[in-house]
Write a protein of this length. Structure first.
Length: 209
């Protein structure tokens, strides 16, 4: 069974409070989302394996450790997921980035795919699906299904805020996918928005309504 991990580091929680604040403008919102994504990346990548190498320092030969040839892929769900990519790339600059475009049908709340562009070798990569909000879980579940259908085997999901309903929906369909979040909120409202949440992440990132 996959795990749910709530990342409660003080810096993450502090910045998340600023992200939630309705008075936070788009510029600061984008910067904060990027910073939190970078901080979350530490925990999301904690289980990456290491191998020992020898490094010549200015003083002597040192036994040290590097990542064991792990190939990483970041897959933001468009459009809000884009706000978290640069923070991740700061720590994992060699990662390849794919994109999955989904929108939620306003009547059925079901996800509809409109774009999918992925690295050709996703079956060989550890993939991190990125989306600020895990609300109904429909978009995340659909994106993970698209990846699996294209050969992906090792997938994690990283979100800022999740609703219990979204967590349950993803776990029920993808019990092999670990979920990393900064907070689990109370519930969804009748329109499928997270309460208390932070509003529409895409609109706040890009200054749209």
């Amino acid at each position: 069974m996959a795990k749910l991990q709530v990342l409660d580091h003080p810096l993450i929680q502090h910045k998340l409070s600023l992200i939630r604040d309705e008075k936070t403008g788009s510029k600061e919102f984008r910067e904060l989302v990027e910073e939190v994504a970078m901080l979350m990346a530490y925990e999301v990548t904690r289980d990456f394996p290491l191998q020992e190498v020898e490094v010549q320092t200015p003083v002597a030969l040192a036994k040290s450790k590097v990542l064991a040839g792990r190939k990483v892929g970041l897959v933001p769900i468009l459009r809000a997921g884009l706000g978290m990519v640069d923070g991740m790339l700061r720590l994992i600059p060699a990662a390849r980035v794919g994109h999955v475009g989904l929108y939620r049908d306003p009547e059925t709340l079901s996800p509809v795919e409109y774009y999918c562009k992925l690295p050709s070798d996703i079956a060989e990569r550890d993939l991190i699906v990125i989306d600020p909000m895990l609300a109904t879980g429909g978009s995340a579940s659909a994106a993970i299904t698209f990846l699996k259908d294209r050969g992906a085997k090792n997938i994690k999901l990283m979100c800022l805020i999740a609703a219990p309903e979204g967590i349950q929906a993803v776990q029920s369909k993808h019990d092999d996918v670990d979920i990393f979040v900064a907070a689990v909120d109370e519930r969804l409202n009748d329109h499928g928005y997270i309460i208390p949440g932070l509003g529409d992440a895409g609109d706040r990132l890009f200054g749209t309504k």
